[in-house]
Design a protein around this ligand. Structure first.
Ligand code: NAP
Length: 284
């Protein structure tokens, strides 16, 4: 009998920018796994039909990206407590023939912070810019890991307030909301940008924060990874703060998805190298 490969994919709309295929294919190659991984551009109205086809074709797992991270939840058999708390799924795996939805974004962020900076978030004061999907996953993981206090800043205050209320249902740490342009009176240990401000394209020159707030006692983190060094990270480095870019989160959330599928951690450095090479090719 032919030895057919196992099927994996990322579904999103658009999906052409996704680095997941190159990262996972590099990991498969490196471990000699007979599997293929591709990207499917799926319009929202086709999500149900595509998910059903993937079940019929016995996909072993897949990743989910914008705009399907919430909508996919209704099409699964079960979701992990993390995915339910966050209200979004980025990884689907199969267990006992059931499709399970998980979210590895927050843990991926934490892993990259630990691996790249050896930074322990326990007892720390954290300020986060943005109140969207990425902020939700990261905030949930940080609170679970035992941060002392969290301040959420967002352009639209109502979204920050809503996120704070949702998080407070599951966590006991101090969670506060701040208007854009204001900051806490205490020293912050970790400042994270989860908005697209600084991203390649029209927001590239902007900063999510006045630079006079930055200081050398902070870790400054930006989850934007195109470009790898954002204006925020450049400004933070100038005042002597330790900096942390978004590529690590991207790679680690992918590595954790791989773990859900195979029960072993992939070679993270191989995945990172593949992502870097793909970004390099984009630039030339
Ligand atoms: P999202 O759900 O759309 O949330 C975007 C957030 O950014 C919202 O809070 C929004 O504020 C804010 N925002 C958008 N444009 C802004 C602007 N011009 N000025 C100030 N605030 C602005 O998006 P997301 O999924 O959280 O993703 C956010 C960013 O993170 C994207 O750049 C994405 O590429 C990046 N990301 C990186 C990784 C990684 O692995 N490194 C993973 C996920 C996401 P309002 O509520 O006021 O609109």
């Amino acid at each position: 009998m032919a030895d057919f490969p196992a099927y994996f994919a990322v579904i999103g709309h658009p999906v052409g920018h996704s680095l997941s295929p190159v990262m996972h294919l590099a990991a498969f190659r490196s471990l000699g796994i007979n599997a293929c991984y591709t990207g499917y551009d799926v319009e929202p109205e086709r999500l149900r039909e595509v998910a059903s086809a993937m079940r019929t074709l016995h996909f072993r797992g897949f990743n989910v990206t914008i705009p399907h991270k919430s909508a996919i939840m209704d099409l699964l058999d079960e979701c992990t407590p993390e995915a339910v708390r966050i209200g979004a799924v980025n990884t689907v795996y199969v267990k006992d023939n059931r499709w399970i939805g998980d979210n590895t974004d927050g843990l991926g962020y934490l892993s990259s912070l630990t691996h790249e900076l050896d930074f322990d978030v326990r007892g720390k004061r954290v300020m986060i810019f943005g109140a969207g999907g990425a902020a939700r996953g990261i905030a949930d993981a940080l609170l679970f890991a035992g941060i002392d206090a969290l301040w959420i800043v967002n352009r639209h205050l109502d979204k920050a307030t809503y996120l704070a209320e949702q998080l407070a249902m599951h966590h006991i740490s101090q969670i506060s909301v701040l208007e854009a342009g204001t900051w806490p009176e205490v020293q912050i240990d970790l400042l994270i940008n989860t908005t697209p401000v600084g991203m390649q394209g029209h927001l590239a020159e902007e900063l999510p924060i006045a630079t006079d707030y930055l200081n050398e006692r902070m870790v400054v983190s930006d989850i934007v990874y195109r470009p790898m060094v954002t204006p925020l990270l450049t400004a933070a480095a100038k005042v002597g703060a330790r900096t942390h870019g978004g590529l690590g989160m991207l790679v680690e959330q992918g590595a954790l998805a791989f773990y859900r599928w195979f029960g072993v951690m992939p070679p993270v450095s191989v995945m990172r190298e593949a992502a870097l090479e793909a970004m390099q090719r984009e630039r030339t």
